[in-house]
Design a protein around this ligand. Structure first.
Ligand code: Q9C
Ligand code: ZN
Length: 371
C-alpha cells in the first residue's frame, strides 16, 4: 500500500493545549505521526511517497477563504500585536447568546472579524484545544496535500492509499478550525473526488469523536454521504453535534448517518456499528470511500472511553475493504502514542487483505504492555 507522508508536520510542534481553561500536556503531538511512520516502515509492505502541492483552490472549494487567510497570517499577526505567547488561543468566542434579541440583519453587521488576534481566533475557532504555532499553517497545508495526493493515487487506480495526515481535519468546518484540526483534509479530498469523477462519494468516519466539520460541510449535499461512528456527544467532545437525529437537510436529507456509542464500547459492539455504517454506504452508488481513521477508540486512549483492542482494527479494515470500493484512508486522531504503530499497521493490513501481524512495533504489543 502507498503511504503519503511528509515531515512538514513536525513544524506544528505542539507541547501544551488548554482543557477547560488550564494548560495540559498536548495530545495531538508530532510523535504520533512519527510512531505510525516507523511502524509502517518496519512492516516492509508499505511504499512511501511525498505529497504534491495542490495549491489553494481545493481548499477554498470547501473552506471560507477568510479561514485560509486567518490561518496563514495568524502567527505573524500574534507577534505583530506584541504578544510573546508560546501559542495562539482565542480570548473571546462569539457565543450566539451575546446577540440574543438582535435581528439577523443587526447581527450580520456586528459579527465582523475583529482586529485583535485573540478576537480573530475566537471568530474562526471552535475551542481552545487547537493551539496554533509558527509552523502550524505550513503543516496544515501539507496535511491537505497529503490527503489530495492520496486521493489522486486512488483515482489513478490504487485500491487503497493511506494519507498520514497531521494535523487531523474532521472537526474543521467550512468557516471554523478547532479540535486539533485546521483544514478538513477528508472533506477536501472528498470534494476533489466528487469534482473529478462526478460520482457520489462516501465518507466513513471512525475517529472516536464525531466529525462535526465534515458533517457541516456536506449537510445539504446529496452527492456526499457522511457516516460516522463515535462517542455520544452527550458525554464527549464536540458536545453540540453528533446525535442520531442529525440526518441532513435539503438535497442532503438522509445523507448523514450518526452512530453514537456509549462509554465502554467493546469490539463486538463496535463491529455491529460498523456493519450498520457499511450498509449505509453500500446502499448508494459510488466507487470511492474516504475514511477518517482515528485510534482514539483504543482502550488505552487517554481522552477516549471505548474498550477496543488492536485485533478489531484489522477486522474493521478488512470489512471496509470488502465493499470493493477504492479507499482513501486519512489519519485523524488517536492519542495513546505507544499503540499507534501497531493499530495503524493492523487496520491497513486488514484493508489490504494481509493477515494480522501480532508482533510488536515500536516496543508495543497489542496485549497493552510495553516490552
Ligand atoms: N481532555 C481529534 O481527535 N478536547 N480531535 C480534548 C481532552 C478536544 C479531538 C479534551 C478533542 C479533539 C481529531
Ligand atoms: Zn478524535
Amino acid at each position: 500500500m502507498q503511504v503519503v507522508y511528509t515531515p512538514a508536520h513536525l513544524g506544528h510542534d505542539i507541547t501544551v493545549e488548554t482543557y477547560m481553561g488550564l494548560p495540559v500536556p498536548a495530545n495531538e503531538v508530532a510523535e504520533r505521526a512519527e510512531r505510525i511512520r516507523s511502524a509502517l516502515v518496519a512492516d516492509g509492505g508499505f511504499s512511501f511517497v511525498d505529497p504534491v502541492d495542490h495549491g489553494e483552490d481545493p481548499i477554498t472549494a470547501v473552506h471560507d477563504a477568510g479561514l485560509l487567510r486567518f490561518l496563514e497570517g495568524a502567527w505573524s499577526e500574534l507577534r505583530a500585536q506584541g504578544l510573546s505567547r508560546p501559542f495562539l488561543a482565542a480570548d473571546t468566542y462569539p457565543n450566539r447568546a451575546m446577540f440574543e434579541g438582535m435581528s439577523d440583519q443587526t447581527i450580520a453587521k456586528l459579527t465582523l472579524e475583529p482586529r485583535h488576534i485573540g478576537g480573530r481566533a475566537g471568530f474562526w475557532g471552535l475551542d481552545s484545544a487547537a493551539p496554533l504555532v509558527a509552523g502550524t499553517y505550513r503543516a496544515a497545508r501539507a496535511a491537505v496535500d497529503v490527503a489530495l495526493t492520496a486521493a489522486d493515487a486512488a483515482l489513478g487506480g490504487e485500491t487503497a492509499v493511506y494519507g498520514l495526515c497531521r494535523p487531523p481535519g474532521h472537526h474543521a468546518a467550512r468557516s471554523m478550525y478547532g479540535g486539533y484540526c485546521f483544514f478538513n483534509n477528508a472533506a477536501i479530498a472528498a470534494e476533489a473526488i466528487v469534482r473529478s469523477t462526478g460520482e457520489r462519494v462516501a465518507v466513513l468516519d471512525v475517529d472516536f469523536h464525531h466529525g462535526n466539520g465534515t458533517q457541516q460541510i456536506f449537510w445539504r449535499r446529496g452527492d456526499v454521504r457522511y457516516v460516522s461512528i463515535h462517542a455520544d456527544p452527550d458525554r464527549q467532545y464536540p458536545y453540540f453535534l453528533g446525535r442520531s437525529d442529525e440526518t441532513g437537510e435539503g438535497p442532503g436529507t438522509g445523507e448523514n448517518l450518526n452512530i453514537p456509542l456509549p462509554a465502554g464500547t467493546t469490539n463486538d459492539d463496535y463491529l455491529a456499528a460498523t456493519e450498520r455504517a457499511l450498509a449505509a454506504i453500500d446502499a448508494v452508488p459510488g466507487s470511492v470511500i474516504v475514511v477518517s481513521l482515528g485510534f482514539d477508540t483504543y482502550g488505552l486512549d487517554p481522552i477516549g472511553d471505548f474498550a477496543l483492542t488492536t485485533e478489531v482494527y484489522h477486522e474493521v479494515g478488512r470489512r471496509v475493504a470488502s465493499l470493493g470500493r477504492r479507499l482513501v484512508i486519512l489519519q485523524e486522531g488517536g492519542y495513546h502514542r505507544p499503540s499507534l504503530g501497531v493499530n495503524a499497521r493492523a487496520w491497513l493490513r486488514g484493508a489490504e487483505g494481509r493477515p494480522h501481524d501480532p508482533r510488536p512495533a515500536g516496543g508495543f504489543t497489542e496485549a497493552g504492555s510495553v516490552v
